[in-house]
Design a binder for this molecule. Sequence first.
Ligand code: PXL
Length: 291
Amino acid sequence: MKRAPRVAAVHDMSGVGRCSLTVILPVLSAMGCQCNPMLTAYLSAHTAFPASEHAVFLDLTEQMGRVAAHWAELGVAPDAIYSGFLGSERQIGLLQTAIWRFRREKTLVLVDPVMGDHGRAYRTCTPDLCARMGDLAAQADVITPNLTEAALLLGEEYQASPDRETVRTWLERLSLEGRRSVVLTGVSGGGEQVGAASLDHATGRMELALTHREQGSFPGTGDLFAAVLLGGLLRGASLGQAAADAAAFVQQCVSRTLALATPPLEGVEFEGLLGLLTAGGALPAVTREAL
Ligand code: PXL
């Protein structure tokens, strides 16, 4: 028997609209991890819902340093530190301090550099915040940008369907010359396929995992992908296998959501599929090819 790996998850929580912690917590639990949230903010609903005078945005930045101090006092030693959507440069600074404080030789630091999608930065993500996200990402062992975030990190023009040579070049540059691993999401396989391209810094191997491209766009799928990837890595999967499993799970969730025709802003119907992630669960195989 093995104890549950501990993940310090530095994310916001949105009451309505599955994203960030409402996705990450159940996924990591299903995959056998203990998830310790360090909340950055509480929102009544995620930011893609229409603005409302009743919307709650509780900024918890000031509590982050105190949480870290309490955890240090308790001797908390996370096996992984995982961050996503961050609302301010100050939050990034506090997270960098927490990484410095809690990182040990084997701690896996996964930074999902949430900054935008479909070629556009989110309105909360100013150029200064994007630059600070780049500094944070430089401290990570694994980063999981989509194509928009990769372009922002590299200072390149966004490309919706980069060719394979470009994907390889971007992976290499994002890996900081092979010093960290990269999983680039939303990479087109041509035709009806989409998936994740990865560069494993331990082996130098680059590969592409492809699934069927489902129609539509759903908030929170980036969080779902990164959480499944992290759960897989903490179970001992290779980067390529963990990326393939994450792509397969997201595709299954989107397909189920489309079949149920639930409102896209509510995110994907992942709850009924959590069994695929538990020990003994069987995710569908996806095409994996060397890049
Ligand atoms: O899934 C990323 C995310 C996380 N948290 C909040 C968001 C979003 C994306 O829109 O609004 C609050």
